[in-house]
Design a protein around this ligand. Structure first.
Ligand code: PLP
Length: 456
């Protein structure tokens, strides 16, 4: 099957169809499994791009919620009016978000929009404080913050950016928190990263920087955790320079790391957080920028107008579904499940290190990556080898194994998993067992068969 008239996102659109690759067309879901148009069953080891936190068994319940809302009030905007589900959801999120009491919530339709809404709210804050010159941002290498033109400025993957001209936001990219290969202790890494951040701010001009953007645990590059003290250091630097700190929780938010927000795990205290994906468990699109009380305060001053809006932001059907999603998290112990299963998943993922092609295993919660190397951490795959391995071999082999996982080389070569948060130990075993087999075959395919292996 090819894709007909459909343009596939971040895909080689000409690759599918007769004589080409097998396009995976998904038709239905059940628990952590999805079934394709040929009736094959796959474990959704990626929660449909980090979105389907609850897997696929809650359709009836969400359908009832959507049906009720559609019959009552299908739509109204948040442009100077409101709906009950949007107000209730904002209150709920304000109570959960790690930005202190009195948080305010701006709804969007996805993650890139959430990041851009955060940026505009931040700009309005600085303007209201008499600091219009704060127009710059700091973000991190390889980090992905979205690809609409504002968010793209913050994204640190050069090849996604260069075709589209000068960035909308003047952004300096600093090192991410990768510890693998550095030979540093966590304390040394933290100290080096914080002094690099300080230098970047000095170079940009401390009073011209509006915000620092970072994910609690960075996705692109392969589940890169912060070293101890990093987020506390960022907080201190941001405070000292009057800069706002943003935690982009589009992936880590809503349970991926076993907490409502990934910030909780690292005791991070941002001024602003962005969420999307898991907010509705992707039953419908929705995102949000959540700002602390102080950031929102100027918006409540006499005649101040929030100069941003998206028609569908806070759509009542999406809000009603998000509310039920959060209710299900509480009712069915979803965060508790992630926390209870994490040690098991971690131990199983660590087994992958037995394979010479696996140089590192890293992650947290239900979010893990194996970094792929040529039998030795210092021997990375080059561009031609990555093409063979990540775009040639792995997609087909994963398909054959009935496992959805993500080969990626925005940074180094990794294979990532992010299982639905409802998976029990048995399903997690099934995922890691298949991953093991696929990677063992990948090693053989690439000629990485022993410690002294040379790549074919
Ligand atoms: N921020 C982060 C951390 C993300 O991972 C993503 C998408 O994966 C985005 C922003 C952009 O979200 P969206 O694709 O919904 O626009």
């Amino acid at each position: 099957m090819d894709q007909g008239s459909l343009l596939l996102h971040f895909a080689r659109n000409g690759a599918f169809g007769p004589g080409g690759a097998d396009l995976l067309v998904l038709e239905r879901g059940e628990g952590p499994y999805v079934f394709d148009s040929q009736g094959r069953r796959h474990i959704d080891g990626l929660s449909s791009l980090f979105c389907c936190q609850l897997g696929y068994d809650y359709g009836e319940e969400f359908a009832a919620v959507a049906s009720e809302q559609l019959r009552t009030l299908a739509f109204n905007t948040n442009w100077g009016t409101a709906t009950r589900p949007a107000i209730e959801l904002a209150d709920k999120l304000a109570g959960l978000a790690p930005v202190g009491p009195g948080a305010k919530v701006f709804f969007t339709c996805g993650g890139s929009e959430a990041v851009e809404a955060a940026w505009k709210l931040i700009r309005q804050y600085h303007l209201a404080n008499g600091e219009p010159q704060r127009t710059k941002a700091i973000a991190r290498d390889i980090a992905y913050h979205g690809v609409t033109l504002g968010a793209l400025s913050l994204t640190g993957v050069e090849r996604f950016k260069t075709p589209f001209g000068p960035p909308a936001i003047d952004t300096t990219h600093v090192s991410n928190t990768t510890i693998f290969r550095t030979g540093k202790s966590e304390a040394e890494l933290t100290a080096d990263l914080l002094s690099e951040m300080e230098e970047a701010i000095e170079a940009a001009g401390p009073d011209s920087v509006a915000a620092i953007f970072a994910e609690p645990l960075q996705n692109a590059g392969g589940c890169i955790a912060p070293p101890a003290g990093y987020w506390q250091g960022l907080r201190e630097i941001a405070d000292r320079h009057g800069i706002l700190l943003v935690a982009d929780e589009v992936i880590t938010g809503m349970g991926r790391l076993g907490h409502w927000f990934g910030c909780e795990r690292y005791d991070a205290r941002p001024d602003v957080v962005t969420i999307a994906k898991g907010l509705t468990s992707a039953q419908v699109p929705m995102g949000a920028a959540i700002v602390g009380e102080a950031v929102a305060a100027p918006l409540y001053e006499d005649k101040a107008t929030l100069l941003h809006g998206v028609t569908f932001g806070g759509h009542p059907v999406a809000a009603a579904i998000a509310l039920r999603n959060l209710e299900i998290f509480e009712r069915d112990g979803v965060l508790e499940n992630v926390r209870a299963q994490e040690p098991h998943l971690r131990a199983r993922m660590e087994e992958l290190r037995e394979l010479p092609i696996v140089g590192d295993v890293r992650g947290a919660g239900f979010f893990w990556a194996a970094e792929l190397v040529k039998g030795d951490p210092d021997r990375r795959f080059d561009a031609a080898e990555r093409e063979r391995l990540l775009r040639g071999f792995l997609p087909g082999r994963l398909l054959e194994a009935g496992l959805i996982a993500r080969p990626d080389d925005r940074g180094d070569s990794v294979l990532q998993i992010a299982p639905p948060l409802i998976c029990d130990g048995g399903v997690l075993d099934e995922i890691v067992d298949r991953l093991y087999d696929v990677l063992a075959d990948a090693g053989r395919f690439m000629g990485v068969v022993g410690e002294s292996a040379a790549v074919a």
